[in-house]
Design a binder for this molecule. Structure first.
Ligand code: 13P
Ligand code: SF4
Length: 331
């Protein structure tokens, strides 16, 4: 294995260092040699999804990381997804091809402030969305994803007092469908908050038969006009089963690749952001991953995710609770 310093000298971030015509084949060969697996979130570019061993939502990626017997896990996603994999598989090498792949939602919840926030509600259980740092997970009673959030909230006794963080939109949505009054942390995802209701309604007027599919990280006004609300995997499933032919998709546009694979005859329109000059319904953190960086990460086994052991030991409990409960609930 080459030293990471050599890699940095070669300019791993911007410049291709592997003069390989077919990067896909080279990567697949190296992956086999090193007993590695590539897991990719639905928000990755199509080329990355196509060579992944596993493509899924946040819950499915955590489930996959917990089970794989590969020695190296490459996470084509964002930092918190790599951390979750490392927390669940501490003896494996977990690579995140670009450590700058953060998450605005996870960043909207700094551990010191969250710690003070939950201290104000000592009789509340703490539920956190998986889009958080390991330190936040370590402060939580249970972790949820958008796939299992409702079912896990429902599993608490009706009189149990709950805190939910960090996503205020998902929290509000879960409160509205469960009748709970969870105390919410005021965080959000910049990608999902940028969808424009006005432009969405114009688009719907132009495509009256289209169904609006929305991720619960979107703002309430947008969720109110959605025909179906769900996690990335739920939206994918719905689009395949629905008898409609056209869908306006209010989540990161990477998911449309899988939607088209499942339903090639259907039309998928990415929901419009409020600024038509930007591609801001693409998550720039997710899109930092490139095939070149993925290849380099595996070749040099760097950058790898590290989680302090005392934090990991605390963070693994709420994640394992989530996985156990999800398995029981058939999710
Ligand atoms: P899912 O768990 O629905 O894939 O969501 C992940 C995410 O980051 C949404 O922005
Ligand atoms: Fe985070 Fe939003 Fe990107 Fe998802 S889409 S990874 S919540 S910044």
């Amino acid at each position: 294995m080459e030293r990471k310093e050599n890699w940095i000298k070669k300019g791993f971030v911007d410049e291709p260092i592997a003069n390989i015509d077919n990067l896909e084949d080279a990567f697949l060969k190296l992956k086999k040699e090193k007993n590695a697996v590539l897991m990719a979130h639905f928000y990755q570019e199509a080329r990355i999804q196509n060579i992944a061993d596993f493509v899924g939502d946040s819950l499915a990626l955590a489930q996959f990381a917990a089970k794989t017997d590969a020695e190296i896990i490459i996470v084509a996603g964002v930092h918190f997804m790599g951390e979750s994999a490392k927390i669940l598989a501490p003896h494996k090498t977990v690579l995140v091809p670009d450590l700058n792949a953060g998450c605005s939602l996870a960043d909207s919840c700094p551990p010191d402030e969250f710690s003070k926030f939950i201290a104000r509600y000592p009789d509340h259980k703490v539920i956190t969305y998986v889009n958080t740092s390991a330190e936040i997970k370590a402060l939580s009673d249970i972790v949820v994803t958008s796939t299992n959030a409702k079912a896990i909230v429902d599993s608490f006794a009706p009189d149990e007092k709950l805190i939910f963080g960090p996503d205020r939109n998902l929290g509000n949505y879960i409160n509205s469908i469960t009748g709970r009054e969870m105390v919410l942390w005021d965080g959000a995802c910049h990608v999902h908050e940028k969808f424009s209701l006005e432009k969405m309604l114009e688009l719907k007027a132009e495509n009256p038969d289209a169904e609006i599919l929305a991720h619960p990280e979107c703002k309430k006004q947008l969720l109110m006009v959605a025909d179906y609300i769900g996690s990335t995997s739920a939206l994918l499933k719905y689009s395949a089963l629905s008898s409609s032919n056209t869908f306006i998709v209010a989540t990161e546009s990477g998911i449309i690749h899988q939607m088209k694979l499942k339903s090639p005859q259907k039309i998928f329109i990415p929901a419009p952001p409020n600024d038509s000059t930007c591609a801001c319904n693409d998550c720039e953190f997710m899109r930092l991953n490139t095939l070149q960086k993925i290849y380099n990460a595996l070749k040099y086994e760097w950058p790898s995710i590290q989680v302090k052991e005392d934090t990991r030991l605390k963070a693994v409990k709420p994640i394992e609770r989530m996985l156990e409960l999800s398995a029981k609930l058939g999710l």
